[in-house]
Design a protein around this ligand. Structure first.
Ligand SMILES: *Cc1c(COP(=O)(O)O)cnc(C)c1O
Length: 416
């Protein structure tokens, strides 16, 4: 597609184009940061009002039973699980991704202590999202059992790192910075062959790429609902456990919501039989309820169609940047190969931070990640081909005119 008109025509033929109308998008904004915070589904405001005014305001405590609050983590887990290759009863929506990493890691390490008691390595990736690495470090410090973290990188490839000292491997399916995507089934098979368990962080995969947790034979998975699933800022995360492990051990955040009979008010902890044991305390019902609004749109689209369009948008973005911004020092940090690419495209530029601030000032919202990385999220539910054309137009203009080279674009805020 070398003209805007061709992009407009592609939008007219796009089966996902009507779904853009399911979202409240601010006028004058091209939003390419749905990989960090998804947009607002139109149904969310009415749903929030219903939960607050009717379920909380009018029905009060009765709503735990009458409005289905008590079962909400599991019911939403089933609905989300349908997009990720999980079966009913295998997933709950609860807590944060960081907390769910703690639970999954603790359970996986305990299972391995029974099977391979000498193994003391937790394997991850130097380029993984920092919270994953921080949670591993915190767990090692808490356990005081001689565990160590090993990180794969350019010098230590997975095949070499995954030896018989590895107890648990924790990887992100799609890398938050580069957009690189692991082959979940192949990497999990390699981990299993060598006696390790595989925990997958799906933060940048859920709602973005097709995932088949059971098909890939994964052991545990966690991830966010506020990115590609449009659940709202800080909406609860999810955790999935392969049914073969659910009853092997219970996670150590053994709060009353994971008890088999919480309202017995018993002194002794006795974990619930299934995935409910991965719950801890009382759930944030207002925020949790809104997760469903985003999930409904994702189901209406279907993940295969989302993937097809996401790759097409990515190919178009890369081709237009390379042809129209060729005289600028931009390098592609994301794999071209479809099998290795998630749903965002990252470009490096020596003045990446300033360039992104200038783009945002023009209404093109992406984000910036150290070092020098401009990230552009491709969210097929509400971005079209003409949007990609317009985004590259803005990028080209900001670079051609050096509009980024101003003192106000060098100021750093708390959140980039
Ligand atoms: C966004 C992201 C998280 C976020 O974790 P929170 O606990 O929700 O803050 C975790 N892991 C990865 C890989 C992410 O991309």
């Amino acid at each position: 597609m070398n003209t805007r008109e061709a992009c407009v025509n592609a939008d007219l033929k796009d089966p996902l184009a009507p779904l853009k109308d399911c979202f409240d998008l601010p006028p004058g904004v091209l939003y390419m940061d749905g990989n960090s915070l998804g947009v607002l589904p139109k149904t969310a405001a009415a749903r929030a009002a219903e939960v607050i005014r009717k379920e909380w305001g009018a029905d009060l405590i009765r709503s735990w039973n009458t409005a289905g609050w008590y079962d909400l983590p599991a019911r939403l887990g089933d609905k989300l699980g349908g997009l990720l290759g999980a079966r009913e009863g295998e997933m709950v929506v609860t807590d944060t991704t960081s907390l769910n990493i703690f639970k999954a890691l603790a359970a996986a390490l305990r299972i391995q202590q029974g099977k391979h008691p000498a193994r003391r390595v937790i394997l991850s990736e130097r380029d993984n999202f920092p919270t994953d690495l921080y949670m591993i470090q915190g767990m090692i410090d808490l356990l005081q059992q001689g565990y160590e973290m090993r990180l794969i990188d350019d010098d230590l490839p997975l095949d070499k790192a995954l030896d018989d000292s590895v107890a648990v491997m924790l990887l992100s399916h799609v890398n938050y910075r580069s957009g690189y995507m692991h082959d979940m089934a192949a990497v999990t098979a390699m981990a299993h062959e060598r006696g390790a368990l595989a925990i997958w962080d799906l933060a940048h995969a859920a709602g973005a790429v097709p995932v088949d947790l059971n098909g890939a034979d994964a052991d545990f998975a966690v991830g966010c609902t506020y990115k590609y699933l449009n659940g709202g800022p800080g909406s609860p995360a999810f955790i999935w456990v392969a049914p073969r492990h659910t009853s092997d051990f219970w996670q150590p955040l053994s709060g009353w919501w994971g008890h088999s009979r919480p309202f017995d008010m018993a002194v002794a902890y006795e974990p619930a039989g299934g995935i409910r044991r991965y719950l801890c305390g009382t759930q944030p019902i207002v925020s949790l309820s809104l997760v469903e609004c985003g999930l409904d749109v994702a189901h209406a689209a279907g993940m295969d169609e989302v993937r097809r369009k996401s790759l097409a948008l990515g190919d178009l973005f890369i081709a237009l940047v390379e042809s129209r911004c060729a005289d600028h020092p931009l390098t592609l940090a994301t794999p071209r190969n479809h099998a290795e690419r998630g749903s965002h495209v990252s470009l490096r530029h020596p003045n990446g931070f300033e360039v992104m601030q200038a783009l945002i000032a023009r209404g093109l919202i992406g984000d910036y990640r150290e070092p020098e990385v401009l990230r552009f999220g491709l969210t097929p539910l509400y971005l079209g081909y003409a949007d990609i054309w317009d985004a590259v137009d803005i990028l080209k203009d900001v670079l051609d005119t050096r509009a980024w080279d101003k003192p106000e674009f060098k100021q750093r805020s708390a959140v980039t």
